[in-house]
Design a binder for this molecule. Structure first.
Ligand code: GAR
Length: 206
């Protein structure tokens, strides 16, 4: 499966995905393009280092959001991706974008959804005083951090955690969970039934 990955930040999740693909001949997917809304996103450097095509479209360079999204979508489509991975992409995508890849846009979010949606999930969880947070990988629908959940893993909050330390431990989990879920997507093993995502058995195993 040909994958587009969208990033806004340092791209450690992109790197984890690239490393997982490189280490697993049976992964079933390859990253063909990395897109960003930020020219300075570290993830773009990681893509270039891996010889992957990059696309940068900043929202401010377009008259409005639909135009920006349409251009971003068209430029990704030049590389004919079959699915899109949001790996720290901090912009909301509308149905007009998502319709290009039904049930094939997947996101990693640093909380146990439906708790702490939005751009400040880690600090919101700390502020709320939760003892447990974590990582959620989900399919993307038109609502923010809302679509059907593929997998979740919990991370305990330590007494002395700040946003940085907690986010770093969540990222360690994300770096395993996101590639594992993308692999299932690539192998066409995710079955979506309303809000529920079932995982088909691995037919390559006896
Ligand atoms: C990740 O923790 C990801 O879950 C989060 O941004 C970080 C990106 O890190 N995404 C969101 O908060 C989306 N709402 P990275 O650039 O090092 O992969």
């Amino acid at each position: 499966m040909r994958l587009a990955v969208l990033v806004s930040g340092s791209g450690t999740n992109l790197q984890a995905l690239l490393d997982a693909i490189a280490a697993d001949p049976g992964f079933g997917g390859e990253v063909v393009v990395v897109g960003s809304d930020r020219p300075d996103a570290g993830g773009l450097e990681r893509a270039r280092a891996a010889g992957i095509a990059t696309v940068v479209e900043a929202l401010d360079d377009h008259p409005d959001r639909p135009t920006w999204e349409g251009v971003l979508r068209a430029r990704l489509e030049d590389q004919e991706p079959d699915a899109v991975v949001l790996a720290g992409f901090m912009r909301i995508l509308s149905g007009a974008f998502l319709d290009g890849w039904p049930d094939r846009v997947i996101n990693t979010h640093p909380s146990l959804l439906p708790a702490f949606r939005g751009a400040h999930a880690v600090s919101d969880a700390l502020e709320h005083g939760v003892k447990l947070t974590g990582s959620t990988v989900h399919l993307v629908d038109e609502q923010v951090d809302h679509g059907p959940i593929v997998a979740q893993r919990a991370v305990e909050v330590a007494e002395d955690d700040d946003e940085t330390s907690l986010h770093e431990r969540i990222k360690v989990v994300e770096h395993e969970l996101l590639p594992a879920c993308v692999k299932l997507l690539c192998q066409d093993r995710l079955v979506v039934d309303g809000r529920h995502v079932h995982v088909r058995p691995d037919r390559s195993r006896p």
